[in-house]
Design a protein around this ligand. Structure first.
Ligand code: NIG
Ligand code: FE
Length: 421
């Protein structure tokens, strides 16, 4: 019984599923738990679980390593399906500009925002970029994140985008976290292409994508579809080029305006459509009705810390859930609109500001987040055969206490692949 650990007397084992699937609409409120439970971890994987009264039958011979979890809740680690964790400098100057009254769009026009981050990123070495990103990855894993998607998009040049994606590849190699990589060359138009959009799109398609595919640097393709950034038609061209290399789209749409990104994203069979702060009634209905050709649903990924930080209206999570959508929650960790990768805060804000029930928010930040990275078979729930990525809480009275006590660190320990970090 080498590499075997048993966790006993868990006050509540959360999100226990014999078989998992993506949760849509009303199903999001169903969060199956076992009270007074045990969990067996073998070779980094969940091997068995059950109620304490079943322990003798299910695990006749106890392993040597026993962890006592009295008073504690054990949850699947967070699955953060939308981040820009690789960047080279913070942007608190813009934060001050915003306090003084400038808008996100105004800051972008005067060369701040993404362009500012791109300049900084192109100045640092790949090693330096890796070291900074590694620290952030350690930080978010201690906050309970066990799987994460990371985007490029602060290079905006062939060399810069490849540098970012190679850093993400190295993070994948070195980290025990489950990591997915997304190519976001179409984050904004670099200054030299402001008047020549086709020139930059050509560079993405002819210079970046072939190298990215050749070196297997990305799992997904993303485009920032927004007024002043990329139009739905430009997004279509770029995504189709990526899809020819088997990169499925995960897209930034409807953050600031509704310009047709949702309809196009659904036509492109996107894995997820992310942000959705600005939604029309018709778009909510469309998102609820959709079910793409393969029978997979396009997931609606909401990023409440970005709306919070930019002082924008929050996405209408209730309307999306009522319409039958599969909602996921993610941090959008980036230096401009969400300089925090804390998924505990994301869950709390979803309950406080978007009126999601704690059960809905936890499902959206675990199992649905896993599906938003196509990792639903590997993580996101307590299921035999999934990776033992677990959050151990401090003693808490109830599950609702987690989002209720927002800002208090209620995580005691985090286990990634069967090891405490
Ligand atoms: O998801 N909206 C576009 N991209 C990021 C922000 C990027 C930045 O400001 O650096 C986001 O919010
Ligand atoms: Fe983003």
């Amino acid at each position: 019984m080498s590499n075997t650990t048993i966790i006993i007397n868990i006050t509540r084992l959360v999100n226990v599923r014999g078989q998992s699937n993506l949760l849509s609409g009303a199903a999001l409120a169903d969060l199956p738990c076992i009270e007074d439970a045990f969990l067996l971890v073998e070779d980094g994987m969940i091997a068995e679980y059950g109620a304490m009264f079943e322990l003798e039958i299910k695990v006749p011979q106890l392993p040597k390593y026993i962890i006592e979890a009295q008073g504690r809740f054990v949850l699947p680690a967070w699955c953060d399906s939308h981040t820009h964790l690789v960047f080279s400098a913070s942007r608190e100057n813009e934060f001050i500009d915003k306090i003084k009254g400038m808008s996100y769009a105004e800051i972008a026009v005067k060369g701040g925002g993404i362009i500012n981050s791109a300049q900084k990123l192109n100045d640092v070495s790949e090693d330096e970029l890796f070291n900074q990103a590694w620290k952030r990855l350690q930080e978010v894993s201690k906050l309970g994140t066990g799987a994460i998607e990371i985007k490029s998009g602060y290079g905006l040049s062939v060399a810069g985008e490849l540098k970012m994606l190679r850093v993400i590849k190295k993070l994948k190699e070195k980290s025990n976290l489950l990591i997915k990589s997304t190519f976001l060359g179409a984050h904004t138009y670099p200054i030299q292409y402001r008047e020549n959009h086709q020139g930059y799109i050509d560079s993405i398609i002819n210079e970046m994508l072939p190298v990215i595919a050749g070196e297997q640097l990305a799992d997904y393709i993303d485009v920032f579809c927004e007024t002043g950034f990329f139009s739905p038609q430009e997004m279509e061209t770029i995504c189709k080029a990526g899809m020819a290399y088997s990169l499925r789209p995960k897209l930034h749409v409807n953050q600031l305006n509704s310009i047709g990104g949702i309809e196009m994203g659904l036509n492109l069979n996107a894995v997820s459509l992310d942000h959705l702060e600005s939604l029309t009634r018709e778009e909510i209905v469309q998102l609820g009705k959709q079910s793409n050709n393969n029978g997979n649903e396009t997931i609606c990924t909401l990023l409440p810390t970005a709306a919070f930080f930019l002082r924008m209206g929050f996405p209408d999570a209730r309307a999306l859930i009522n319409a039958g959508c599969a909602v996921a929650l993610a941090s959008d960790f980036n230096p401009g609109s969400s300089p925090s990768g804390n998924m505990n805060l994301v869950v709390a804000l979803s309950c406080i500001q978007m009126k999601m029930l704690p059960e809905e928010a936890i499902n959206a930040a675990t199992i649905n987040g896993a599906y938003a990275m196509e990792l639903g078979n590997e993580t996101g729930s307590i299921t035999v055969g999934k990776k033992a990525n677990l959050i151990f809480t401090k003693p808490i009275p109830s599950l609702a206490y987690l989002p209720y006590c927002f800002g208090t660190n209620l995580i005691d320990r985090v286990m990634i692949g069967g090891e405490f970090i």
